[in-house]
Write a protein that binds this ligand. Structure first.
Ligand SMILES: Nc1ncnc2c1ncn2[C@@H]1O[C@H](COP(=O)(O)OP(=O)(O)O)[C@@H](O)[C@H]1O
Ligand SMILES: [Mg+2]
Length: 260
């Protein structure tokens, strides 16, 4: 089953087409990167999946469920189900500055009222996945670096075991070292045995996306111009726009090349 299917999505603001016929698939366990310049419509794709953008055409299926026309109570119930989780560019959007990091991470477990043992197990698993230790998580967000905060935001999304994780520019606000740690955490998450969590990772930076994505989708002015396995897109881009994006980056590592 696909974790996400977007078919022919159109989003318009004041008559301007922000997304025009966007179709893409994310299979279970797959990491798909969406790359495009600023203003190309990437965040609007995330908002389409979140169901906070008004679509004027197309359909949205998440883990086999058609959510295109969910409204009101049904929409809230679907959101609470945790099937999709979001990680934003700014981790402070998901971490309350007055709450210990561990409590922010565990919030979804409390809301879903997991039995204590199961909650402990999921929390430990999520912390392990992102490499945060007990000392760090007992602090307030202000006591963590930007990269540590972003890994905490990812752990918070992971505890409810979503089918799909949507990350919008997860490393764009970070310094190079923190960016590397977060990218490594996401790669480790993808490579975990038996992990069937799917990720849609959005970024303007094809370099960091290529390192973690199985497939790349290239967005130009609201239209997908290329969609293929990362290695193929990076080594043999078909579209001039993709070629330009690649030429702007000195060295691109791909997951296939990284794997032993
Ligand atoms: N709520 C809105 N109202 C009007 N225009 C918007 C709105 N949100 C985004 N846009 C426009 O849609 C285009 C795509 O925006 P966005 O999806 O944020 O791009 P990206 O994330 O790739 O930078 C931009 O031209 C932006 O100005
Ligand atoms: Mg954006």
């Amino acid at each position: 089953m696909n974790a996400l299917e977007l078919d022919g999505i159109r989003v318009e603001y004041d008559g301007a087409r922000i997304l025009d016929g966007v179709s893409l698939r994310v299979r279970a366990g797959e990491v798909v990167g969406v790359v495009g310049e600023s203003g190309s419509g990437k965040t609007t794709i995330a908002r389409t999946v979140l169901r906070t953008a008004d679509t004027s055409a197309g359909s949205i299926r998440v883990a086999g469920v058609d959510v295109t026309r969910l409204r009101g109570r049904a929409l809230r119930a679907w959101r609470r189900s945790g099937a999709v989780q979001y990680v934003f560019q700014d981790p402070l959007r998901s971490l309350d500055p007055g709450v210990r990091v561990v409590d922010s991470i565990a919030e979804g477990l409390r809301i879903a009222r997991f039995p204590a043992g199961e909650a402990e197990r999921r929390l430990a698993e999520a912390l392990d996945a992102v490499g945060l230790d007990d000392d760090l998580i007992s602090r307030l967000p202000a006591g963590l670096s930007g990269g540590q905060r972003q890994r905490a935001a990812i752990a918070r999304a992971l505890v409810v075991q979503p089918r799909l994780l949507v990350l919008d520019e997860p490393v764009s606000a970070l310094d190079a070292a923190s960016r590397d740690r977060v990218v490594q955490a996401l790669i480790a998450l993808r490579d975990r045995r038996g992990s069937d969590i799917a990720m849609l990772v959005i970024s303007h930076d094809i370099g960091s996306l290529a390192a973690m994505s199985d497939r790349l989708v290239v967005l130009n002015r609201g239209t997908i111009v290329e969609d293929g396995p990362t290695r193929r897109v990076v080594t043999a881009p078909e579209h001039p726009y993709t070629r330009r994006l690649i030429e702007s980056v000195p060295l691109i590592r791909t997951p296939t090349a990284n794997r032993p």
